[in-house]
Design a binder for this molecule. Structure first.
Ligand code: CTP
Ligand code: CA
Length: 233
């Protein structure tokens, strides 16, 4: 579907998009991170702006240029991302969690650089679980949405049993839509293009053919728009 001038179907709406990947520090110079480029989240922010939305873009470690017109919040870690998302989500019509959130963080942070010592084995790194931001805003587990009427969208990268794992994840998180990517050696990370299927909590399943991340982003908004709360407009 070629879009000339985007329909302003998100005007009057506030949408929150998280993008990038969190980094969990071990010491002042090292972190646990992931390969998320942030490009899909930025495509979501750009396309939402083109469709008339007020956009809060919460970015973690992308290094990408700011999309003109978005409110940008920069974060580093999953805990910081959670704070920023909860704050921005308070008055949002839709929240899209495109960020890759580290599932674990080091249990302790060394305030000085960790040094190796001759004759000593390295210390194992103890990890603790990070909060599940998507499940928290989508009411996963409890079934209770903190903000009823808000549309909540998650992303999932799966390597095997993509659809079955995606369905399970959608239910566990409690979100309205889950964009499931198949990832592998050469797929998705850092690339300009994407291929996905969007699963809906209502049982719908929308395949997205291989194509630019902006196209997937517009398709996500196409699926969000009819789910928006008409009384909040
Ligand atoms: N997510 C989140 N907070 C976390 C982990 C993930 O908000 N601590 C969000 C991601 O932003 C994404 C979605 O949840 O939108 C799915 O992430 P994914 O890593 O696929 O899900 P997990 O529940 O962490 O499952 P897995 O064990 O497969 O990594
Ligand atoms: Ca995860």
């Amino acid at each position: 579907l070629a879009r000339g001038v985007a329909a302003p179907d998100l005007s009057g709406r506030h949408v929150v998009v998280s993008a990038g990947g969190t980094r969990e520090p071990l010491d002042p110079v090292r972190f646990l991170g992931n390969r998320s480029s942030g490009k899909q989240g930025y495509a979501l922010a750009r396309t939402a702006l083109a469709r008339g939305a007020r956009v809060t873009l919460i970015e973690a470690n992308t290094g990408l240029p700011d999309p003109a017109g978005a409110d940008i919040v920069r974060v580093g870690t999953a805990v910081q991302l959670r704070e920023a998302v909860l704050k921005a989500a308070a008055d949002a019509d839709a929240v899209v969690m495109a960020a890759a959130v580290a599932d674990f963080r080091p249990e302790t942070y060394a305030t000085g650089k960790i040094k190796k010592r001759d004759g000593h084995e390295p210390e194992p790194i103890a990890l603790v679980r990070n909060p599940d931001i998507l499940a928290e805003i989508a009411g996963g587990g409890t079934g209770e949405r903190p903000r009823p009427g808000q549309v909540v969208v998650g992303f999932a990268a799966e390597t095997d049993d993509v659809l079955a794992n995606g369905r399970r994840k959608l239910r566990r998180k409690g979100c309205d839509l889950l964009v499931v990517n198949e990832v592998g050696e050469r797929k998705t990370f850092g690339s300009e293009e994407n291929e996905a299927v969007v699963l809906g909590a209502d049982g719908t399943q929308t395949p997205v053919p291989h194509g630019p991340k902006d196209t997937l982003a517009d398709l996500v908004w196409d699926l969000v728009v009819p789910r928006l709360d008409p009384s909040r407009r």
